[in-house]
Design a protein around this ligand. Structure first.
Ligand SMILES: C[C@@](O)(CCO)CC(=O)[O-]
Length: 356
C-alpha cells in the first residue's frame, strides 16, 4: 500500500523570533512543495532523502523518542541541539513515532521525500517534509487526519529541528495553507482576503540552520537582556498588520514589514547579504521588505505594487540574490495521485503547483 502527499513551503510576514517569546506572528504558504511517498511493507522503518538513508525498528524509534522526551522534560536545549546536529532524520523520526501511536500502525514502512524547498533557507523545508509525511502515511492507511492535528504533529518535528523551542509558524502555514495568524492560543487562525499578495522572494543563497540562529538569539538575550524589548515591539506590529492585511491596505502592510525587519536587524539576525537585498527591493519601489525565517541568511520577502514586481525582482538579482516569483496563500497539505511521484523531476518540483 502506498500513499503520496505534498505540503507547501512558507514565508513569514511578521513575527519570527518574537513568536517564541509570547508574541503572535503571521506566516503564509507558498507554491513550492515537499512531497513524501509512504510505502507500507515489511517490518522495519526506512527513511530516504536524496543520498541519505536510515533503517531502524519501531523499538529503536521508541527509544529515540524517549531520549528526546527526557531532554524536553528537562528543557535541555543544548542536549536537543547536539542530538539533532548529528542526525538529519531526527525530526522525522520523532514525528513518525508520535504518528505511529496516533494511527495505531506498527508494520514496516518506507518514507521517501522529494522537495522543491531549499534547506536552511527559511522556507519551512522541515515543516513541509513532516506535514507531507503525515499526510502520506494517513493516505496509505486510508485514514483522514484533521489538518489542525497534522499541523500539531508537524510542529513537534520543528521543535527538534529548531533546537528545542519552536513556534507553530512554519508547521501551520505548511499544513493549513493560506495565510495564518499564530498566537499563544491553539489553533492558529486563517486570515481572510490575503491570497493575492504581490510578494517577491529573494534568496541570498546563504544557508543557516534555524536551530543555530535560535541558539545565538538565546545567548544574545542572556548577555543583553534589554534586547527582549524588541519582541514586544514586533508584537505590536503584528497587531497592526492583521487588520491592514484583512482590509487589503498593502502600503501599510509593507511599511510594517520593514519596521519588523529593522527590529530583527537590531536583534542581530540579519546579515550583509540580506541587507543588500532588502535595500535593493526598497530602492526599486517595494512598499516594504524584510528577512523571512530565522535569518542569518536564507530568504527575504518584499511587498511591492503590482507594476513594480518585475523591477523589484530585477533589483534583487542585481544585488546578488535569486528572485523567485511565488504564489502566496496556496493550498496546504494534500493527498496526491501516487503516479505523480515518478514525474517529480527537478523541473516539475520547481513548478509543481503552476503545472497542476
Ligand atoms: C525563528 C523562528 O521564529 C522562525 C523559523 O521559521 C523560529 C520558530 O518560529 O520556531
Amino acid at each position: 500500500m502506498r500513499g503520496l502527499a505534498s505540503a507547501p513551503g512558507k514565508i513569514i510576514l511578521f513575527g519570527e523570533h518574537a513568536i517564541n517569546r509570547q508574541q503572535a506572528g503571521i506566516s503564509a504558504a507558498v507554491d513550492r512543495r515537499a512531497y513524501a511517498l509512504v510505502t507500507l511493507a515489511g517490518s522495519d522503518v526506512e527513511l530516504v532523502f536524496r543520498a541519505e538513508g536510515q533503517r531502524l525498528t519501531w523499538e529503536g524509534l521508541g527509544e529515540f523518542r524517549a531520549r528526546v522526551d527526557a531532554l524536553r522534560t528537562h528543557h535541555d536545549l543544548y542536549g536537543i541541539r547536539d542530538l539533532v546536529r548529528g542526525d538529519f532524520f531526527a525530526p522525522a523520526k520523532y514525528v513518525l513515532s508520535l504518528l505511529r501511536d496516533r494511527l495505531g500502525y506498527d508494520g514496516g514502512c518506507r518514507v521517501e521525500w522529494r522537495s522543491a524547498l531549499p534547506m536552511g533557507s527559511g522556507m519551512g523545508s522541515g515543516a513541509a517534509a513532516s506535514a507531507a509525511m503525515i499526510g502520506a502515511f494517513a493516505t496509505a492507511l486510508g485514514r483522514d487526519l484533521p489538518p489542525v492535528e497534522v499541523a500539531h504533529l508537524a510542529w513537534q518535528g520543528d521543535i527538534l529541528a529548531h533546537g528545542g523551542v519552536a513556534s507553530a509558524l512554519d508547521s501551520s502555514a505548511c499544513t493549513l495553507g493560506g495565510c495564518v495568524l499564530v498566537s499563544t492560543s491553539w489553533p492558529p487562525r486563517t486570515l481572510s482576503g490575503v491570497l493575492e499578495l504581490p510578494i517577491v522572494v529573494g534568496d541570498t543563497g546563504v544557508r543557516a540552520s534555524t536551530g543555530e540562529v535560535n541558539t545565538r538569539v538565546r545567548e544574545a538575550l542572556q548577555s543583553r537582556p534589554h534586547l527582549g524589548m524588541l519582541f514586544e515591539e514586533i508584537g505590536l506590529l503584528v497587531e497592526r498588520a492583521v487588520p491592514a492585511l484583512e482590509r487589503g491596505d498593502l502600503q501599510v502592510v509593507g511599511r510594517l514589514m520593514h519596521m519588523n525587519h529593522l527590529l530583527l536587524r537590531e536583534l542581530g539576525v540579519s546579515c550583509p547579504e540580506l541587507e543588500r537585498l532588502v535595500e535593493a527591493a526598497l530602492s526599486a519601489g517595494a512598499w516594504g521588505a524584510k528577512l523571512s525565517g530565522s535569518g542569518g541568511g536564507g530568504i527575504m520577502v518584499a511587498l511591492a505594487p503590482g507594476d513594480r514586481v518585475a523591477e523589484v525582482a530585477c533589483a534583487l538579482e542585481g544585488a546578488g540574490g535569486r528572485p523567485m516569483a511565488l504564489r502566496v496563500g496556496v493550498e496546504g497539505v494534500r493527498s496526491e495521485p501516487v503516479e505523480l511521484w515518478d514525474k517529480l523531476g527537478e523541473e516539475m518540483l520547481q513548478h509543481a503547483d503552476s503545472e497542476r
